[in-house]
Design a binder for this molecule. Structure first.
Ligand SMILES: Cc1ncc(COP(=O)(O)O)c(C=O)c1O
Length: 351
């Protein structure tokens, strides 16, 4: 803290990202990245775009990419917003749709960036307690004073809420914006994107960081009623008009154009997840039913922080959150076959 810091800066409580170890000789199962590379067509598109045109600003409106995403989802371009990672889209959404003095609701166990944004933008919030089995208590999200936001599937639990339940929350918050953060939806959930024409209060936020292997490119998007998208554009153009670089724009477009590769990668990860869940259960872990690319697990006899530290000593990184209710759980990203094999070899020794 310094005397030069603004009042706003002094009240921030920044998010702490998962470790990004400098050496590549680690098994990295801690930030839900995709263990498979982006589609070869994506890499090719990036190479093609790496030319003298980089001296020019990128499209401020990401028109090409928005057109591609709109046609992918059978929607109109003006229902799509593109941002620099979904974290940026989330931050803009907090600014665009939530107000100080009107409490927004999100689960007590959820993405830890939400309280960070709420504090930064001075938005009051109330944490809604998940049930004992970590499911979202739907009715407690009805009639929110300021709006609603939650990940579906939830993070870090991986637990999915059915589309019917999402719809109930939308129907019972008609005057407020409900944001569904679908960072992990492609690993087994049913997207709420299909509801955007029906609910003008729905904003769906997605990312290309997980299912599309593009965490390094930083592309996120929002889908919703055109009025909400106009609102997001107003915020974006009040902060930074060119949030995505030229290479990210073409990479993202190429990814949406290679459906076969995308489906194959998601399917492989889903199968690996199910295998890993059974192996963990066989080792005595309690594993939540996950529809994401990670597993949230706890062992009755092995302390979670100890497990995290032991694995880290052997260069295997998983995620541990030292927080009430979940400090006996670890979150394990689903890696490729070889990584999972090595992870389990070491885990068996520890357990
Ligand atoms: C629930 C959730 N939302 C959003 C994000 C942000 O993703 P990105 O900014 O890479 O698009 C993450 C990343 O881990 C996440 O877990």
């Amino acid at each position: 803290m310094s005397k030069f810091w603004s009042k706003l800066l002094k009240q921030t409580d920044p998010y702490i990202p998962g470790e990004q170890p400098k050496t590549t000789k680690v098994i990295k199962l801690n930030t839900n990245e995709n263990p498979y590379p982006p589609s070869p067509k994506v890499l090719d598109a990036i190479k093609q775009a790496t030319d003298e045109s980089l001296r020019l600003y990128p499209s401020p409106t990401a028109d090409d990419l928005r057109e591609t995403v709109a046609s992918y989802y059978g929607l109109k371009d003006n229902q799509i917003f593109i941002g620099n990672g979904s974290d940026e889209v989330l931050a803009f959404s907090f600014m665009a749709f939530f107000n100080p003095g009107e409490k927004i609701l999100f689960p007590d166990i959820s993405y830890s960036f939400y309280p960070v944004y709420a504090k930064l933008f001075q938005i009051d919030y109330e944490l809604v307690e998940l049930t004992g089995d970590f499911t979202i208590p739907v009715e407690q999200f009805f009639n929110a004073k300021g709006g609603v936001i939650f990940p579906n599937p939830n993070a870090p639990t991986g637990v999915l809420l059915s589309l019917n339940d999402v719809e109930l929350i939308l129907q019972n918050n008609k005057e407020k914006v409900v944001i569904i953060d679908e960072a992990y939806i492609d690993f087994g959930g049913e997207s709420a994107v299909q509801l955007v024409d029906q609910y003008d209060n729905l904003l769906v936020i997605q990312t290309l960081s997980k299912s599309r292997s593009l965490a390094g490119m930083r592309v996120g998007l929002a889908v919703g009623n055109e009025n909400l998208i106009t609102g997001l554009n107003h915020i974006k153009n009040s902060v930074n008009s060119y949030t995505l670089d030229r290479l990210a724009l073409v990479a993202a477009k190429a990814s949406f154009e290679d459906e076969v590769y995308f489906k194959e990668v998601c399917e492989t990860i889903i199968q690996e997840r199910e295998k890993a869940a059974s192996t963990l259960r066989a080792l005595g872990f309690h594993v939540l039913q996950s529809q994401a690319n990670f597993l949230f697990a706890s062992h009755p006899k092995v302390d979670a922080e100890f497990l995290y530290e032991q694995l880290k000593e052997r260069n295997i990184f998983i995620r541990f959150f030292k927080k009430p209710k979940i400090d006996q759980y670890v979150r394990i990203t689903v890696g490729n076959r070889a990584d999972m094999q090595e992870f389990f070899d070491v885990l068996k020794e520890i357990v």
